[in-house]
Design a protein around this ligand. Structure first.
Ligand code: ATP
Ligand code: FE
Length: 356
C-alpha cells in the first residue's frame, strides 16, 4: 500500500506482533496504524488471507487458555452471516473440519443476534428487552423476545453511523492529526469533538418527521461534506489538510448523530410500551456495537431511558465490538434452549448461503 507519506506499507500477518495492524516505515518515522484508517476500509482478500493464516493458532490458543480439551467441547458455534463472505468462509470451513474430526454438533450463528444477546453473559437480563446495535456495518433496533425470537423495529435505510463517522473522519484527514492518527474514525471524531463547539454549525437531525424507527446517515454525511468544502474555501486550504474548524465540525456531527439515534430509540421505547411489548416499569434498553462506546451518544441515550423509566445497559467495550466470545455465548444460549443445533452438516460444506 502507498502510505500517506509515500512510505511502503507491509501487512503483518503475525497476530501477536500488531493485533492485525499495519506497520510501515518512512525515512522520517516508524509507527503502527490501524489498517482500516490506512486503506479506507477492509480489503476482503487481505482479510481472508489473514483469517487463513491465524485461525488454527487462535483456536488452539483459546483451547489451551481455557484448559478444555477438544473432546470436552459440547458443540462448535460459528458465525455464518452477515459479514464478508470471504472471511466467513474461512471460519465456516475450518469449523466444519473440526465438526467432522471431533464428531460434535454444529451451531450456525447470526452475527447480529450474537451482538444482541451478549448482555446476558455479563448481566442478568430477561426477555423481552430492546436492543440498539450501532456499528460500522449495522444500525438496527430490535425487540429481543427470546434466544431466536427477534422483532426488527427499525434499521438504517442507507449507511451505518460508524461508516458515516469513518467517512467524515477521512474527509477531515484526521489520519494526519497528531493526536488521533491511530484511532478509528468514530473514536477520532469523539476525541476531537471534546475540543470543539457543537453550536458553530447547525445541522438538522435526519428523518425528523418520519413516523417509524428507521435511521439514515448518508444525508448527514453529504451535509457535512458540503460544510467541509465551504470551510476549505474560506480558510483557503487544499483538500487533505486539516481545517482549523475540524473540532467544531466533529462536535456538530457527533451531536447530530447522537440526537438522531436517541430520537429513533425514544420512538421505539414508546411504541413497545404502548403496545405492551415491553414492561412499563422495568424495561431494559441494551446498546452495543463499536459506536456504542461513544460516551456522548451514551449520554443522549441515558436522557431517553431516564425519561421513559428504562434501564440502559451496555456490555463492556471489548464485548461491544466484534469478538469471538459473543459467538460462543450465543452457541451456549442455543444449546440451553435446544435451538438450531445441527447434527448433520452434509451439504452445507463451505457454503454459508446453504445454511439459512
Ligand atoms: P459490524 O459489527 O456491523 O460488522 P464493524 O466491523 O464496524 O461492524 P465494530 O467493531 O462493532 O464493528 O464497530 C466499529 C465502528 O465503530 C467503526 O465505524 C468505528 O469508527 C466506530 N467507533 C469506534 N469507536 C467509536 C467511538 N468512540 N465513537 C463513535 N464511533 C466509534
Ligand atoms: Fe459486529
Amino acid at each position: 500500500f502507498e502510505t500517506p507519506d509515500q512510505g511502503k506499507a507491509r501487512l503483518l500477518t503475525h497476530w501477536e506482533q500488531l493485533d492485525y495492524g499495519v506497520q510501515f516505515t518512512s525515512s522520517r518515522k516508524f509507527f503502527t496504524i490501524s489498517p482500516i484508517i490506512l486503506t479506507g476500509g477492509i480489503i476482503p482478500p487481505v482479510a481472508q488471507q489473514l483469517h487463513k493464516e491465524n485461525i488454527q493458532r487462535i483456536v488452539q490458543e483459546a483451547l489451551y487458555t481455557s484448559g478444555i480439551s477438544p473432546s470436552e467441547l459440547s458443540a462448535i458455534a460459528t458465525t455464518i452471516k452477515p459479514g464478508l463472505a470471504l472471511s466467513l468462509g474461512v471460519g465456516l470451513s475450518f469449523s466444519l473440519q473440526l465438526v467432522d474430526q471431533l464428531k460434535k454438533p454444529f451451531i450456525p450463528i447470526h452475527h447480529m443476534e450474537a451482538h444482541a444477546l451478549t448482555i446476558r453473559l455479563t448481566n442478568e437480563v430477561d426477555f423481552p428487552f430492546l436492543v440498539l446495535l450501532v456499528s460500522g456495518g449495522h444500525c438496527l433496533l430490535a425487540l429481543v423476545r427470546g434466544v431466536s425470537d427477534f422483532l426488527l423495529l427499525g434499521k438504517s435505510l442507507d449507511i451505518a453511523p460508524g461508516d458515516m463517522l469513518d467517512k467524515v473522519a477521512r474527509r477531515l484527514s484526521l489520519i494526519k492529526h497528531p493526536e488521533c492518527s491511530t484511532m478509528s474514525g468514530g473514536k477520532a471524531i469523539e476525541y476531537l469533538a471534546k475540543q470543539g463547539n457543537r453550536f458553530h454549525f447547525d445541522i438538522n437531525p435526519p428523518m425528523q418527521h418520519a413516523k417509524n424507527c428507521n435511521f439514515s446517515f448518508s444525508g448527514l454525511q453529504h451535509v457535512v461534506d458540503k460544510i467541509i468544502m465551504q470551510k476549505e474555501k474560506e480558510e483557503g486550504i487544499e483538500k487533505g489538510q486539516i481545517l482549523s474548524s475540524a473540532a467544531d465540525i466533529a462536535a456538530a456531527v457527533q451531536h447530530t448523530t447522537a440526537c438522531h439515534i436517541a430520537k429513533r430509540t425514544h420512538r421505539a421505547i414508546l411504541f413497545c410500551k404502548q403496545r405492551g411489548l415491553l414492561s412499563q416499569s422495568n424495561a431494559v434498553l441494551v446498546v452495543s456495537g463499536g459506536v456504542a462506546s461513544n460516551l456522548y451518544i451514551r449520554r443522549a441515550l441515558e436522557i431517553v431511558t431516564n425519561a421513559t423509566q428504562c434501564t440502559l445497559l451496555c456490555p463492556p467495550p471489548r464485548l461491544c465490538t466484534d469478538n469471538g466470545i459473543m459467538i460462543a455465548w450465543n452457541g451456549i444460549e442455543r444449546l440451553r434452549a435446544g435451538l438450531g443445533i445441527l447434527h448433520n452438516v452434509e451439504g452445507i460444506r463451505y457454503e454459508p448461503k446453504y445454511i439459512v
